[in-house]
Ligand binder design. Sequence first.
Ligand SMILES: Nc1ncnc2c1ncn2[C@@H]1O[C@H](COP(=O)(O)OP(=O)(O)OP(=O)(O)O)[C@@H](O)[C@H]1O
Ligand SMILES: [Mg+2]
Length: 275
Amino acid sequence: MHIVAFVTQKGGAGKSTLASNLAVAAHLAGERVFICDLDPLQSLVKWSRLRKAVDIPVEHIPAHKLELALHSLGRDGVTVAVIDTPGAHSEGSLRAVRVADFCIVPARPNILDIWASEETVATIKAARKDFAFLLNQCPPAQQSGRVARGAQVLQELGALLAPMISTRVDYQEAVLLGLGACELRPRGAAAREMATLWAGVKTRLEERERQRLDDRVIASNPVLASYREIFDQAARVGDLYTDFFRAMLPLAQQRPGRAAGDEEEEETVRPRRRS
Ligand SMILES: Nc1ncnc2c1ncn2[C@@H]1O[C@H](COP(=O)(O)OP(=O)(O)OP(=O)(O)O)[C@@H](O)[C@H]1O
Ligand SMILES: [Mg+2]
């Protein structure tokens, strides 16, 4: 079973909207999906009450019962568990990060969401979990400078999932009916965004799964394990090397023979022209 968690401490970034829509897209692609709603406000439990079908079960799960609940979901044949978390630093979001195979961090293209993402990413990195940002509620003209800048900052902090999700009425209307955008208007732009998103997330989950299996094989073989140790060390040295040159770059870009601030000083001591 794959576990995908939507996490960010920033309220209103789109965790519940994207979690329900991704769950529907995965279900339509043939997965057996279960939604764990960790938010005390139970947004997705309410969403599922509006949904006539019982094809995507949703349950509010207290944070301390999450691991146990996931264990039994895996035994029952669920293939994808989607976790929605509260919009604040909480035990629920911490536990979700710890159990997830992949954390999705939604952020709107504004500086407050991006700052909040830094906090969330620190938590995810401390738990050594795989994650990516998902830019949400972008103006439909995707090439706006604000979106491009947001995407660039997030990409510097970590990977950015494709596609960028636009602000679309379909997402808001689908929620009111207990649906996902893929069900509301299967040929609509929002439906296409969600189908593409699920395809990308699935590929990522499968890659990680393969990596985990490879890791297990390598760890069980002493020769391969020692080679891996050597390559890991080489990679760490490579990172240091890159960091060093990145730090040196501003110095290298200064004009030769001048220290920073020289120019300013020169300006202030330049003799006045005689009239
Ligand atoms: N792509 C989108 N297009 C249009 N509206 C959106 C989109 N994403 C989210 N919204 C709207 O933004 C609001 C906040 O979204 P949502 O409730 O999913 O955020 P959240 O991160 O779950 O919030 P909280 O932290 O409070 O749980 C909702 O009204 C939702 O309908
Ligand atoms: Mg929510």
